[in-house]
Design a protein. Structure first.
Length: 487
């Protein structure tokens, strides 16, 4: 007969073996699960790394926009008020040489509405060239509201440069359009847009003609593999037309893809030329902008020369804009001749120092709309730009040999048929003795001091001694002269 104790020990050994097997199996399963999980995590991590590394978005093109693409590219200034750093109005010259008015373009509702506004400085008339970056002004506009509640401007008003409320600054962009292309084999996403390192709050994309709106931190744009997406961002920061423009897009993988467009480089130079005009030679100046160049794959689309010409009665101080008349001439290379600039307008030709000094600045605009200004060129005073062409006798007081006294007035006209401005081009009077030929400095009587700027008259009074028959008095202006016998 077997003992019960021995039978119990046999059962315990079997159970122990089974438990050991279970423990081994569980441990092996746990190890296998850990290894599999670790491998899967490593695979997922590597897949994430590969996805991030393989992500390849390309910003194909950038098109900055000023209100919208139809706005005149010659706009140089914008007006902002104290409550917003974005443009309220864009300002452009109406291209009239003698007008004090400018054209404002309404930017508040992104329409093309434009109208003429006169410029004043308090109660005095001002001109477009007196608008400078940083200047303040007030605006008076006459407007009304139509039946639909839309604010309509009737095209009249005033910009007062002595007022406050608005500030002029170099014209900037209101929005940027750009295209993003996915060069990867997987779709990518865009969840942030920066322009010149500033995060933008809202942007939109266009797919199959439909516009989709997005905002920072709340939505993202999908860029399918091998496809492109057109995007537009309304700028929240001021980006002037004269600065570079960088657009950056960020993906959920924290990859940043960007593209920069640079403004053109304006390079101006000049040279002196001489030509025969009427009965004498005259000087003209060549102004060259052909060495200017575009950057970032763009091309130069527009060349405009700003010519600043001091008024006759004003101080030739380039900072005193009220004493300067400014004209704008288009062309990559031009020749400065006053008659071409002012179309033979005698009022301007007499009231301006058309013979110099003159300041010339070149503005170039590239195919992206970006702007650059050259260093100014200064054309020195040159009386031979518009030299004298004819001289006529106006009056003679008694020229009596025995008394040795007389007075002579002559009138001088230039090659353009206008009265000479004799401020910088004086008339010299000489007494010529028989057989002496051309006058010498020792024969100079006096440089006239009572020349008039409006009618080209020059007068001298003189006395002499021991003059006999054959002597004469001669008036000279440049290569033009007039001779009067004394006896």
């Amino acid at each position: 007969m077997r003992s019960l104790r021995r039978n119990k020990e046999g059962v315990s050994e079997i159970i122990g073996a089974l438990l050991l097997i279970v423990i081994v199996v569980v441990a092996a399963a746990a190890v296998a699960y850990f290894v599999a999980t670790t491998e899967q995590q490593a695979t997922n991590r590597q897949s994430l790394i590969n996805s991030a590394q393989n992500e390849n978005l390309q910003i194909v093109s950038i098109t900055p926009v000023m209100v919208n693409s139809s706005i005149d590219p010659s706009i140089d200034f914008q007006l902002v008020n104290s409550t917003s750093s974005l443009a309220q109005f864009y300002v452009v010259s109406n291209e009239s040489i003698y007008s004090s008015s400018v054209m404002l373009i309404n930017a508040t509702d992104y329409n093309d509405t434009s109208y003429i506004v006169n410029i004043t400085n308090g109660n005095n008339t001002s001109y477009y060239n007196q608008i400078v970056s940083g200047a303040t002004a007030s605006i008076t506009l006459y407007n009304y509201t139509d039946a639909n509640g839309n604010l309509i401007y009737n095209g009249t008003g005033t910009i007062d440069l002595s007022g406050t409320g608005y500030t002029f600054e170099t014209a900037g962009w209101s929005s940027v359009e750009f295209m993003v292309r996915n060069l990867n084999v997987q779709s990518s996403y865009i969840h942030g847009v920066m322009v010149n390192d500033i995060w933008q709050g809202n942007w939109s994309s266009y797919t199959n003609g439909a516009q989709n709106q997005y905002s920072l931190g709340s939505s993202q744009i999908v860029v399918p593999t091998g496809q492109s997406v057109n995007m537009t961002v309304d700028l929240i920061n001021y980006v002037p037309r004269t600065s570079s423009l960088t657009v950056s897009v960020e993906t959920p993988y924290a990859n940043v893809f960007q593209k920069t467009i640079m403004p053109p480089t304006a390079v101006a130079s000049d040279s002196l030329g001489t030509e025969w005009y009427s009965v004498t030679s005259r000087d003209f100046y060549n102004l060259y902008g052909t060495s200017s160049y575009a950057n970032s794959g763009a091309s130069i689309q527009n060349y405009t020369w700003r010519l600043d010409i001091p008024n006759v009665n004003g101080t030739p101080n380039w900072n005193t804009l009220a004493n300067i008349t400014t004209v704008y001439v288009g062309g990559d290379a031009i020749q400065y001749r006053p008659e071409d600039i002012f179309n033979f307008n005698s009022v301007e030709l007499n009231n301006l120092t058309v013979n110099g000094p003159i300041r010339a600045t070149l503005e170039v605009v590239d195919s992206n709309g970006l702007v650059s200004y050259s260093q100014p060129i200064f054309i020195p005073a040159d009386p031979n730009i518009v030299p004298a062409n004819s001289m006529t006798l106006v009056s003679i007081s008694p020229l009596n040999v025995s008394s040795g006294a007389g007075s002579l007035t002559v009138n001088v006209q230039d090659i353009l048929g206008t009265y000479m401005n004799l401020t910088n081009v004086p008339v010299y009077f000489y007494i010529i003795m028989p057989g002496s030929g051309n006058p010498s400095p020792s024969q100079l009587v006096v440089t006239p001091v009572n020349n008039t700027d409006t009618n080209g008259d020059a007068t001298t009074n003189f006395t002499w001694n021991n003059i006999s028959s054959g002597w004469s008095i001669e008036a000279r202006c440049g290569s033009v002269y007039f001779n009067i016998p004394l006896g």
